[in-house]
Design a binder for this molecule. Structure first.
Ligand code: IPE
Ligand code: IPE
Ligand code: MG
Length: 253
């Protein structure tokens, strides 16, 4: 592929990268450790990953940390995941704030315990006016539940059917105000979305890496962004490199 055929110019980076952090369990199993230890290991690279994406000019970085379906896991594992999020917030948010990053939450806070809820809402409040990269934590997030919540709110405020369009629906989702993800990364080799950003990722580029989440590092960031640069995004139309010759750029019909 020649440089002219690329969809993006050299140096072009996605505005929003969303990561499905998967493979903590497999990472632990390979080491004869408990799943909980795998999840713990999966929090240790967080600071480096956030820094890595921020340094590469990403505007928004979303982490899928707990899905609405993850409640189906054993109680012990669910408790460990809740506890770990509290710890990560405790450990990282002060530093994120010093670096001018903004924290937002995607999903429902309702089912979370009061302490975790407070940690999340405090982090959001603390970092609200920061202008650096936005870090979105998708925790107790499911895209279908998010869409249902949005529809309910739209109905509750009495918006007439004729006024409902795509922009309006977007503005009632948890991601209101954030750009749609350009790149969805999934670790541990799986090739599915698992109820993640179903509306927003309509035209996202999907990148899967065999790397297990606790092993994900700066080289994996570079590989994902390099792969993104090679993709040709068409959004249902034609790529500029495909519109030469006899085909007019804009139809006059
Ligand atoms: C991802 O790792 C973490 C969460 C889904 C919370 P997994 O726990 O899904 O790891 P695997 O898929 O069992 O390896
Ligand atoms: C997706 O991973 C959810 C998160 C990363 C939080 P899962 O491991 O839960 O997904 P499935 O069950 O393999 O689809
Ligand atoms: Mg998994």
């Amino acid at each position: 592929m020649g440089a002219g055929e690329r969809n993006t110019e050299a140096g072009n980076v996605p505005a929003h990268v969303a990561i499905i952090m998967d493979g903590n369990g497999r990472w632990a199993r390979a080491r004869g450790r408990s799943r909980q230890e795998g999840h713990q290991a999966g929090t240790e690279n967080i600071r480096q990953i956030i820094r890595g994406f921020a340094d590469r000019g990403i505007g928004c970085l979303t982490f899928y940390a707990f899905s609405t379906e993850n409640w189906n896991r054993p109680g012990e594992e669910v408790d460990a995941l809740m506890h770990l999020l509290g710890e990560v917030i405790e450990r990282e948010v002060g530093e994120l704030h010093r670096q001018g990053l903004r924290v937002v939450h995607l999903g429902s806070l309702e089912e979370l315990n009061a302490d975790l809820r407070k940690r999340i809402t405090d982090s959001i409040a603390l970092t609200e006016s920061n202008t650096g990269m936005t870090v979105a934590i998708a925790f107790n997030y499911g895209a279908r539940a998010e869409i249902v919540r949005a529809l309910r709110r739209i109905m509750e405020v009495g918006i007439p059917a004729g006024q409902i369009d795509e922009a309006l629906v977007s503005s009632y989702l948890d991601t209101a105000g954030l750009p749609d993800p350009d790149l969805v990364i999934r670790t541990a080799g799986e090739l599915r979305l698992s109820n993640f950003l179903l509306w927003q990722a309509a035209y996202a580029e999907f990148y899967s890496t065999p790397t297990l989440w606790p092993d994900f590092g700066p080289n994996d960031i570079d590989e994902a962004l390099e792969e993104y640069r090679r993709r040709r995004r068409r959004f249902g139309g034609l790529h500029p490199s495909e519109m030469g010759g006899a085909v007019p750029a804009v139809s006059e019909a």
